[in-house]
Design a protein around this ligand. Structure first.
Ligand SMILES: C[S@@+](CC[C@H](N)C(=O)[O-])C[C@H]1O[C@@H](n2cnc3c(N)ncnc32)[C@H](O)[C@@H]1O
Length: 250
């Protein structure tokens, strides 16, 4: 594990980062889904829709939704599976017990079928045997982990040969003008929105800073290749504000 890890624009001792990130998501958990809608002006649904449509589903699929938070991706995947007349074993894995609890209650309140399991675990050490899952999905989660290389290695380890990896994450707008406008919006508006809606500007400042510190498209693709993924590619959405990286476990 590296000795330090970025926490927004700060470098924290790696041992402290996980607790700091858990603190952020404990604070935002109750307002998380609402804030996502407001911050992205609803775009999160479009980006997540693209991800869910990209996942190669089949009957009996075993899939992990890592850093799955309140289970939004799992719920969309369950809907798509049901539409296709298929069933699967979908598990939400997250380091924040608060996010998992909000998710479990939300599924219960809406009468949605619960995932097979809500698993309290970090992406760096997954409680699954080698080569045991068909698909690994991580949405807006990879930039929060303490050890990116270890998290990618774990994804690779738990996937069966030929298993699919999908990472939806904020990335870099390819147009410099859009990049500047997006930067101004993120730093000026999002922490204020966080203060107004969730009474917490600092956590949302962290979210914005963590986006800037995350490897851009090409660099993330190279990190995936170093972890042993083949056929790595990515698709940009909203001009590269968000990218979907895909890879296949060799
Ligand atoms: C921005 S939320 C994304 C939630 C969900 N995937 C979505 O798209 O709505 C990021 C999640 O990553 C989780 N997380 C942070 N560090 C983690 C780690 N090392 N391992 C697993 N989950 C982690 C947080 O607890 C949080 O729920």
């Amino acid at each position: 594990m590296p000795s330090t890890s970025p926490f927004g624009f700060q470098e924290l001792p790696a041992a402290d980062k996980a607790a700091a990130v858990r603190g952020v998501f404990a604070k935002v958990a109750r307002r998380y889904d609402l804030m996502n809608d407001l911050m992205s002006a609803g775009w999160q649904h479009v980006w997540k829709h693209h991800l869910v449509q990209s996942v190669q589903l089949f009957n009996g699929i075993r899939l992990l939704d890592v850093a799955g938070g309140t289970g939004h991706i799992t719920q969309l995947l369950q809907q798509r599976l049901a539409k296709l007349g298929m069933v699967g074993d979908l598990q939400v894995v997250d380091a924040s017990i608060d996010m998992l609890r909000v998710g479990r209650d939300r599924f219960f309140d809406h009468g949605w079928p619960q995932p097979t399991a809500w698993v309290d675990s970090v992406a760096e050490a997954l409680p699954y045997p080698d080569a045991s899952v068909d698909a690994y999905v991580i949405a807006f989660g990879l930039r929060n982990v303490t050890d990116l290389a270890q998290s990618l290695a774990e994804a690779r380890r738990v996937l069966k040969p030929g298993g699919r990896f999908y990472c939806l994450e904020f990335s870099r707008p390819t147009n410099p003008l859009l990049n500047r406008a997006y930067d101004a919006y993120s730093f000026a508006v999002i922490p204020r929105l966080g203060q107004l809606v969730a009474g917490d500007a600092a956590s949302y400042r962290y979210l914005v800073e963590s986006i800037r510190r995350f490897p851009p498209q090409q660099a993330l693709a190279e990190r995936m290749q170093s972890a042993g993924f083949a056929q790595v590619d990515w698709v940009n959405y909203s001009g590269g504000i968000v990218a979907l990286h895909r890879g296949v476990a060799g």
